[in-house]
Design a protein around this ligand. Structure first.
Ligand SMILES: NC(=O)N[C@@H](CC(=O)O)C(=O)O
Ligand SMILES: [Zn+2]
Ligand SMILES: [Zn+2]
Length: 431
């Protein structure tokens, strides 16, 4: 196929030739091969790589399956995902890894699988598999109750260094949570709940202290340490001041939502780490814009509406996001502070570089033909009912988004917006 006259993120207008699974040329006036797609006035981006998703299989297919989650990804311009280990069973042994890999066979997009750490993990068999990273390693309980203590964390980091894999960490220190604030939560349900109590409970200091400690452990061990879903500017600054092999990600929800939105969101806005003050949100987003933050990832954590329609302390933590990440960020290039190049780097080039995915993240000859085409002039309000995740809702209801016209995974059409249809191609393990 030949994508003719596409605008690339840096503003150049180029033809992009795709043969079989790869981009074979980027240039002007290229000879046609196969189908020719007129991409004039359209933006062509490398498929985004979401390094932090929870696709829920095995264990909770009523929340999400590899099929539904990967459709949601493709419809949002995401062509590869990395799945986290808090499934059931947790991905803490070789056998559990194999079980997840079977489920991931249903994925429409490429995928990596991370390995998890609990008291009962089996590092021997786990490191025998093709992990992308160890993690997210939970330093405090979140969905799946996989919080571990400091000694086990140090041990796990050392083993990861021996195995040559990065460590992704969920950094919150539960000893610094404000349990009185949690216990003061009323019994309102769903949108009527006092969800701000969750933000008061899981304090900024709990994240800052845990990131400080994790970075120390990682640096001492010579690890590649990646801090998941950093939600405070202070934590980003600790990572930015650490050696090069310490990296961090920030989610769209921590950039675009704050405690001020919790009246509206109620328990649908409960997640870990929680939404922060408007002041911290703005300072965090500033760091995403100026390059102190390495990359954006969604922490796509779907739970059903019925599960979220509960009192604050009974509702599960987490929000979906894999389908809305690139659309929201591209909308922010129209009237917000981001440039299209920065969006490309945050969602594709940097995730690929951080996790060593050599054939992904850039549009160049020899790279996988993971592509998404956008008309940045066209935004539409995000509507939870039209998204493809099983959960059927979004914390970004009504926000403007720039959605892809189509997405390809290694040269195959994975998503076509005109008919809202999906391809049949199978995603591959990139671990
Ligand atoms: N972020 C969340 O609030 N929840 C995540 C787990 C996690 O990333 O902590 C989930 O799996 O539901
Ligand atoms: Zn987490
Ligand atoms: Zn997560």
């Amino acid at each position: 196929m030949l994508v003719r006259n596409a605008r690339l993120a840096d503003g150049r207008v180029r033809d992009v030739r795709v043969e079989d699974t790869q981009v074979t040329a980027v240039g002007t006036g290229l000879d046609a091969v196969g189908e020719v797609i007129d991409a004039r006035e359209r933006l062509l981006l490398p498929g985004a790589i979401d390094v932090h998703v929870h696709f829920r299989e095995p264990g909770a297919p009523h929340k999400e399956t590899w099929r539904s989650g990967s459709r949601s990804a493709a419809a949002g311009g995401v062509t590869a995902v990395i799945d986290q280990p808090n499934t059931d069973p947790a991905t803490t042994t070789g056998a559990a890894f194999d079980q997840k890999e079977l489920c991931a066979g249903d994925s429409l997009v490429d995928y990596g699988i991370n390995g998890g750490v609990t008291e009962s993990w089996d590092p021997e068999t786990l490191f025998d598999r093709q992990l992308v990273a160890l993690g997210e390693v939970f330093l405090a309980d979140s969905t799946g109750e996989m919080g571990i203590d400091g000694d086990l964390f140090e041990d796990a980091v050392h083993r990861a260094v021996e195995a040559g894999v990065p460590v992704t960490v969920h950094a919150e220190d539960a000893t610094r949570f404000d349990t009185d604030a949690r216990d003061a939560a009323g019994d309102g349900v769903g949108k009527d709940a006092d969800a701000d109590a969750w933000s008061a409970y899981r304090t900024p200091e709990a994240e800052i202290a845990a990131v400080e400690r994790a970075v120390e452990v990682g640096a001492d061990a010579g690890a590649h340490l990646h801090v998941a879903h950093t939600s405070t500017p202070e934590a980003v600054d600790i990572v930015a001041d650490a050696p090069d092999r310490v990296t961090c990600e920030v989610t769209p929800h921590h950039c675009l939502l704050s405690r001020a939105d919790l009246d509206e969101l109620g328990t649908f806005g409960r997640m870990n780490p929680p939404l922060r003050s408007e002041t911290r949100r703005a300072a965090l987003y500033e760091r995403v814009v100026d390059g102190r933050v390495d990359l954006v990832a969604t922490d796509h954590a779907p739970h059903t509406r019925a599960e979220k329609e509960a009192p604050l302390l009974a509702a599960p933590s987490g929000v979906p996001g894999v389908e809305t990440m690139v659309p929201l960020l591209l909308a922010e290039t129209r009237d917000g502070p981001l440039t299209v190049e920065r969006v490309r780097d945050l969602t594709a080039a940097a995730p690929a570089a951080t996790f060593g995915l050599d054939r992904k993240g850039r549009i160049e000859a020899g790279m996988d033909a993971d592509l998404a085409l956008y008309d940045v002039a066209q935004t539409r309000p995000i509507d939870g009912a039209r998204l493809h995740s099983k959960c059927g809702w979004t914390p970004f209801e009504g926000f403007e988004g720039v959605f892809p016209e189509w997405t390809t995974v290694r040269g195959d059409r994975a998503y076509d917006a005109i008919m809202d249809t999906f391809g049949t191609a199978a995603g591959e393990n990139i671990g």
